[in-house]
Write a protein that binds this ligand. Sequence first.
Ligand code: HEC
Length: 150
Amino acid sequence: VRRTPLFIAIAAAGLTVAGGLALAQSPPASARLSFTEAQAKAGQAEYAANCTDCHGAALNDGEFGGTPLKGEAFRAKWSGQPVANLIGYIRVAMPPDSPGRLPVESYVDLAAYLLSANGVPAGERPLPTDMDELAKLPIETGKGAVAGDR
Ligand code: HEC
């Protein structure tokens, strides 16, 4: 019992060191994926015009084989992958009758909208449109359900 205060002091010092290391190792803010509310809004408009028919207005109520773009399966598939992969996929494959017909900004905005719908919060810095930059930004979705999942 007498050793408890010393133990706590040592444990606290250990935590401080560990915290310092974790801070030192976490990547700079600029290396983390961020998109703006404006990008997500623009993406929502592109989605309504180009994607709703097959993927549904709620992103998980589609028709014609359009897979859910919202929900745990979608997040499990894309989380950890560079956002360039998602944007690249949409660009080469979607919409299926005329992929790549939208400007690259629109594909980036669409990705921002999909991430936003999957619970990733908008931030201060916009998602870039340069594919090399996008290749450095892994998608980080949260764990668990998001409002509107089903
Ligand atoms: C004509 C119907 C149709 C339209 C329009 C369409 N999609 Fe798709 N989409 C599909 C189908 C079908 C698949 C499944 C393809 C597969 O599994 O090979 C798919 C798959 C996807 C995927 C991959 C889903 C996953 O599980 O990883 C994404 C992302 C996607 N679509 C985004 C979009 C976006 C964004 C638009 C609008 C620009 C769009 N799609 C328009 C039919 C469509």
